[in-house]
Design a protein around this ligand. Structure first.
Ligand code: DAH
Length: 348
């Protein structure tokens, strides 16, 4: 083969490849052509040994032609590949509707108990109270002794209290926060303490863990009228201006006098009946009990080093689950703890 013929043969490879590429419609076909033309045993590779057979003065020229041909082949092949890939992208967009709304991920939300707890705290903060918190694992002194609960008081019974050791227990009420607060402050004091409490109790209307909010106000000349006014403001803010409130005499070791507070039943509007049928929430009475309260017992003041001759105060404690049930009209306490998202989603 003459030098001229060899260069001709080499150059015809580019045209031949170009023609073949024109027919190729898939990336697989493209790859096949790469192997056939540019592969180790491909057309170009098979011609290359002939370069050695031309007269030595012609070799630089033939060598250059061979390089040019190789670059040219790679270029046309690359261009075809880019074209096919681009077409593939366009194809994958066929049937894509950019107006279809995206999938919204599920968002978490605050638990209804947390919502009610935050709301109640907000109401008391607007009345000048401060929110404080303390330990759920408590010792006997704060949970019982300092609150004037003598050692033989039935509330200490193993039936009610979850003991960890003889003296360490899960707090059965948020009232120990009264003692913890007074211990490290001087009056005037006005705090609310929300949190979890624990009792050995489990049935349809009781869970071993539930939530309370404790309130405490101590100053000079605090009277039961202040207590009543404060609770009245709280109940009206939470349940509306039409709700009525009543005090019933009661007993708590850490308050004297003590009272339980009822409000008119929000389910039946205080009538005791819904559509002529007895209201199950208030058991036909028209009233529901919502909290315990009273004037701080002088013995508690003495336990924390306050002079009961100078200071007086009131305290109250309420169950948050109960308030949430009444506020949202929920009939079963267990709903709060099952964490069924269909239930929880309603409170977003
Ligand atoms: N700690 C009481 C309970 O768990 C509730 C209570 C009653 C709290 C009267 C008070 C109070 O602060 O004055 O049943």
């Amino acid at each position: 083969m003459t030098t001229h013929e060899l260069i001709e043969t080499l150059e015809s490879l580019v045209r031949e490849l170009e023609k073949a590429l024109g027919q190729a419609s898939s990336l697989e076909a493209l790859e096949e052509l790469r192997v056939r033309f540019l592969g180790r045993k491909g057309k170009l590779a098979r011609i290359m040994p002939l370069v050695g057979s031309v007269p030595s003065e012609d070799r630089p020229e033939v060598g250059k032609a061979a390089n040019r041909v190789k670059t040219g082949m790679i270029e046309v092949w690359d261009a075809k590949k880019a074209e096919l890939e681009h077409a593939g992208e366009r194809q994958s967009l066929v049937g894509f509707d950019p107006t279809i709304p995206g999938r919204t991920p599920d968002r978490g939300s605050l638990h209804p108990i947390t919502l009610v707890m935050n709301d109640i705290c907000k109401t008391f903060v607007s009345l000048g109270f401060e929110v404080v918190s303390g330990p759920e694992v408590e010792n006997d002194f704060y949970n019982f002794e300092a609150l004037n609960l003598p050692p033989d008081h039935p509330a200490r019974d193993m039936q009610d209290t979850l003991y960890i050791t003889d003296k360490i227990l899960m707090r059965t009420q948020t009232s120990p926060m009264q003692v913890r607060t007074m211990e490290c402050r001087t009056p005037p004091v006005a705090v609310v303490a929300p949190g979890k409490v624990y009792r050995r109790d489990s049935d349809i209307t009781h869970t071993p863990m539930f939530h309370q909010i404790e309130g405490l106000l101590v100053d000079k000349n605090v009277t039961m009228a202040d207590l009543r006014g404060t609770l009245d403001a709280f109940i009206r803010t939470t349940f509306g201006a039409d709700v009525k409130m009543r005090f019933r005499p009661s007993f708590f070791p850490f308050t004297e006098p003590s009272a339980e507070v009822d409000m008119s039943c929000v389910m039946c509007g205080g009538t005791g009946h819904i559509d002529g049928k007895p209201c199950r929430v208030c058991k036909e009475s028209g009233w529901v009990e919502i909290l315990g309260c009273g004037m701080v017992d002088p013995a508690v003041f003495t336990n924390v080093g306050y002079d009961p001759e100078i200071y007086s105060g009131f305290a109250f404690g309420l169950g948050i689950e109960r308030i949430a049930m009444l506020k949202y009209g929920i009939g079963d306490l267990r709903m709060f703890f099952e964490n069924d998202t269909r239930f929880l989603r309603q409170f977003v």
